[in-house]
Write a protein that binds this ligand. Sequence first.
Ligand code: ATP
Ligand code: PRP
Length: 212
Amino acid sequence: MLTIAVSKGRIYDDALPLLAEAGIVPIDDPKTSRKLILRTTKDDVQLVIIRATDVPTFVEYGAADMGIAGKDVLLEHGAESLYEPLDLGIAKCRLMTATPVNAPEITGRIRVATKYVKTAQRYFADIGVQAEIIKLYGAMELAPLVGLADCIVDVVDTGNTLKANGLEPKELIAHISSRLVVNKASMKMKHQIIQALLDNFEKTLTTREKEV
Ligand code: ATP
Ligand code: PRP
């Protein structure tokens, strides 16, 4: 049995067509079913439906052989313990800093609200800015509006969420897309089925590129 970890939401929606091209179609729909393990039309492949941030953990410990995770989540988790053989080019966005529109330049130590604590720490250390990082689990955009932080680090796509909250994107930290990650032991033990899937995904992605 090959287990693939996927999160509900946008990654699942974008991953479904890719999986379907490889002949993997879940039998239940996670939007209507409460099941966390989904059998698929391939008898030897199942999906586990978990939180986006938990995907690297499941794959690292071998609870899933493969997974699909955003690069933002992988940067934060630290991806040394996983293989990351494919950029799937889905759920694209940018990891950015953002501040209130027309905020004055901050000199000295800044307060940064984010769920990407390690990535933010690394980023501000790299650019030589002293930063106090405040961990939040969501609604980061609120932090500067209520005086909790000077700046946030979050993913930005259209910029609408920032705009709606009087913030503007500032510095780009990383371009983000979802990656296929593979457990190192599984890559050896289940090489044949994993390689066949990788080849299949790669073929679909190449065809998609040609179509654009
Ligand atoms: P969790 O459910 O664990 O809280 P989440 O809310 O970040 O995680 P999603 O919103 O489904 O889960 O995001 C999954 C991934 O999609 C993120 O890790 C990121 O790589 C990407 N992503 C997040 N927001 C956007 C966006 N607005 N546009 C495109 N991609 C995005
Ligand atoms: C994500 C992210 C931003 C927003 C950015 O939130 O946390 O708030 O998307 O996208 P935009 O630039 O197109 O507005 P999401 O919609 O996933 O909601 P959640 O993470 O708060 O559940």
